[in-house]
Design a protein around this ligand. Structure first.
Ligand code: A3D
Length: 320
């Protein structure tokens, strides 16, 4: 059987990390695409030379021509501009919307059967716009945010309780922004509800609130520390988990920005929800019971996403 083909649109910090991870895991042959000339070719050459040392077989190429992504099975999109200190994800809207238009067309014309994972911010609006511009079915276009946001939440919980991160199952819903909804009632430490674990370990409710707050601002904390650009290791590894679920038909339940129609009281919106990923792409959205406070927090978050979609429609009349 021929190797799978993975196209990475945007070969910057996340794109390069994605290529390295995908190659190490021998997920398939990799094409790095970017508008910057020479850069994807240079990264491809550099990464190819890891092969003999790390012992992976993967053909890695760099390109500035969309024709080279033809027939890709998975496309991961990071093209665009990342945040600088002081910028919100929403500040990126105008610039990255134009980028989504060219990327969407590139995908439509060259690999319309691919499973597409968008990472470009502001995520929930960009994945929606990318789907609109590409014309692919909704189940084949998904956004990466929840896997990362829950990994951040899980990391902070593991540190607080001084337990292995492997035993933490943290749950985050909603848009990828400061209004995201870390859901304590569905977060567990090896099956023990976080609130029960907090009592056992003597962790106060205020401290749990601080962890929720830190999770919400987790991306901004890294932007502030880096001083130039945003997080890339964990965002890349999160998208790889989603691509593996698709390629392996694993039916994993992962928090993703998926198209939600009818569930959670939503009518045609991309937002972070527990999603089953298998060979059919996003095969199902799991609707969980929420408490009143969680419901109203989710509403604030989805209202913020809806506002961004309206802004996109104002910027590009073809989306209206
Ligand atoms: P960066 O290292 O700047 O890479 C972006 C690449 O996109 C650059 O190499 C650009 O040359 C390239 N590019 C720009 N315009 C185009 C175009 N029209 N076509 C093809 N390539 C283009 O950024 P990064 O890799 O650090 O981040 C990429 C995106 O991911 C940004 O929008 C970030 O805000 C976003 N991001 C999202 C998350 C989520 O959790 C959703 C986390 C971290 C970063």
């Amino acid at each position: 059987m021929a190797r799978k083909k993975i196209a990475l649109i945007g070969s910057g910090m996340i794109g390069g990390t994605l290529a390295h991870l995908a190659a190490k895991k021998e997920m398939g042959d990799i094409v790095l695409f970017d508008i910057a000339e020479g850069m994807p070719q240079g990264k491809a050459l550099d990464l190819s030379q890891c092969g003999p040392i790390e012992g992976f077989d993967a053909k890695i190429t760099g390109t500035n021509d969309y024709a080279d992504i033809a027939g890709a099975d998975v496309v991961i999109v990071t093209a665009g501009v990342p945040r600088k200190p002081g910028m919100s994800r929403d500040d990126l809207l105008g610039i990255n919307l134009k980028v989504m238009k060219s990327v969407g067309e590139g995908i439509k014309n060259n690999c319309p059967d691919a499973f597409v994972i968008c990472i470009t911010n502001p995520l929930d609006a960009m994945v929606w716009a990318l789907r609109e511009f590409s014309g692919l079915p909704h189940n084949k276009v998904v956004g990466m945010a929840g896997v990362l946001d829950s990994a951040r939440f899980a990391t902070f919980l593991a540190w607080e309780f001084d337990v292995s991160v492997k035993d933490v199952n943290a749950f985050v819903l909603g848009g990828h922004g400061d209004t995201m909804v870390p859901v304590l009632s569905y977060s567990t430490i090896n099956g023990i509800p976080v609130k029960d674990m907090a009592k056992i370990k003597g962790v106060s409710e205020d401290r749990l609130d601080e962890i929720v707050k830190r999770t919400r601002g987790g991306g901004g904390e890294i932007v502030g520390l880096l001083g130039n650009g945003s997080a890339y290791y964990a965002p890349a590894t999160s998208a790889i988990a989603m691509a593996e679920a698709y390629l392996g038909d694993s039916k994993r339940i992962l928090p993703c920005a998926s198209y939600v129609e009818g569930k959670y009281g939503l009518d045609g919106l991309y937002v972070g929800v527990p999603t089953v990923i298998g060979a059919g792409g996003t095969e199902d959205v799991i609707e969980i019971e929420l408490g009143d406070e969680e419901k109203s927090n989710l509403k604030v978050s989805t209202d913020a996403v809806e506002e961004l979609l309206e802004a996109c429609k104002g910027l590009d009349s073809s989306l209206a």
